[in-house]
Design a binder for this molecule. Sequence first.
Ligand code: PMP
Length: 460
Amino acid sequence: HDIAELKRLDLAHHLPAQADHKVIAELGGSRIITRADGCYIHDGEGHTILDGMAGLWCVNVGYGREELAKAAYEQMLELPYYNTFFKTATPPTVRLAAKIAEKMGGDLSHVFFNSSGSEANDTVFRLARHYWKLKGEPQRTVFISRWNAYHGSTVAGVSLGGMKHMHVQGDLPIPGVEHVRQPYGFGEGFGEDPDAFAEACVQAIEDKILEVGPEKVAAFIGEPVQGAGGVIIPPEGYWPKVEALCRKYGILLVCDEVICGFGRLGHWFGHQGYGIKPDMIAMAKGLSSGYLPISAVGVADHIVAELKEKGGDFIHGFTYSGHPTCAAVAIANIEIMEREGLIERTRTDTGPYLAKALARLNDHPLVGETRSRGLLGAVEIVREKGTNLRFLDKEGEAGPIVRDICIRNGLMVRGIRDTIVCCPPLIITHAQIDELVDIIGRSLTEAEPILRALKPGTPS
Ligand code: PMP
C-alpha cells in the first residue's frame, strides 16, 4: 500500500500489519467538535460535517434550539435540582411523566426516571426480577436477549447486550442472561424467505425458553430495530410472534427504545409501528434530544399494581433521577416534536424519502443491501454483488474504512462491522438526505480500490 495515499485518506490505522507505526501515531488524533447548528457539526479545523448520526442517535430536533437552552436556564433559576428520595417530586418531573405516559398509551402509564439508557435497562433488570418475586414466582430470574444487541455499559447492560467483544471485558454476562439469534436478514437469514426466517428466529426464542424452563424466564428484551448492532430491521412478522410467545409463557416483554423512541422510526415509540404492547420500555437519547442527560423506564400498570399491593416502595433510584432541569428540557423537546410534526414527517415524508434515496446506492458494486425504517438506515458493504461475502479475512473492517472516508467527505456516519449506519436529526430536509446519500456513494467509490487490495473475506 501507498502510505502517502493512506495518510492522505487518514486510513493507516486500519492496516496494523502493513502500516508504519509512526504513521499510525501521527494520524491518531481525535477530531474536536466545537459547535453545531441544525443538522451540521463543525470541528476545530474549520470543517463542516453533515451529522448523519444525530450526535449518537440523540439529537432528534437538531442543534441550536434556543428554547431548549431557555428551558434549562429558567428551570435552573427556579429550582435547579431536587431529589426523588424524600417522597418528593418537582413540577417538571410530574409534567414530563404525564407527557411520556400520554405518548406510550395503553396501560403503560407509569414512569421511573434515570439519567442514561444503561441505567434505564439496569432498572428494568432489577424491577422485573422484583416483580416476579412479589408475584410469588421468585425463580423467574432469567432474561432472554439477542446476540449483537446493545443495552448499555453497566454490568446489567453489557450482560443483557449480546456483544461478545464487550462480554470478554469484565467476565460477563452475569448469570441469568441468555442470548438467542438476531433477526438479521442480510446476515444469518441471507437468501431465506423473510416469513420463514422470522419463524426460525422466533422458534429459536421458544427453544431457549424451553431449554431454560418457562417457569424461570422473567423477560425478553429487544430493541424494535437493533441500532448499534447495525440497524437490524426484523421481518414484519417477527415482533407480533415474539409478543405471542411472551404471552404464551407469561414472560414480560421489554422494549429498549433508547434509539428507536421519540420519532426515530416514525412513531413516538418504535414498538408502536409493530403493533405490540410491551410491559416495560427503556428510553433515553431522543427524550431530551441529548441536550441534557435523562432517561426513563415506562412501566405497565399491572406491574405497578403488584408493587403497590405487595411490595411497597421499589428501593431504587439515582441522585439525578427525575432531575428537574433535564426534565424541563425534555418537555420542551417533546413540545418541539409535537409542534413541528416531526414524528409524522418521519413516518410519511423524510423516512420514505431516505429509503428511496438509499435505494439509489443499490447499483453500486460494493453495496449488498440498503435498508431503513423511519430515519434509521444502513448500507451493507460486500465484496461481490449478489452475495453477503465480506472484504477482509476478519469481518467488520470495511465499515470503519468507508466511515472514515465519509467523514473526510463531510458526513458523519457509523461503520459497524461491514455496515454503514445513518441516523440523522429528524429535521433533515430532502436536499440534506440527498447530500447524505451522495457522500456515502462517493465514499464507497473512493474506498473500492483500497478494499479490493485487502485480503479476501469470508461470508458473515
Ligand atoms: N440501549 C440502547 C439501544 C442504546 O443504543 C444505548 C446507547 N447507545 C443504550 C441502551 C445505553 O444508553 P447510555 O449510553 O445512555 O447509557
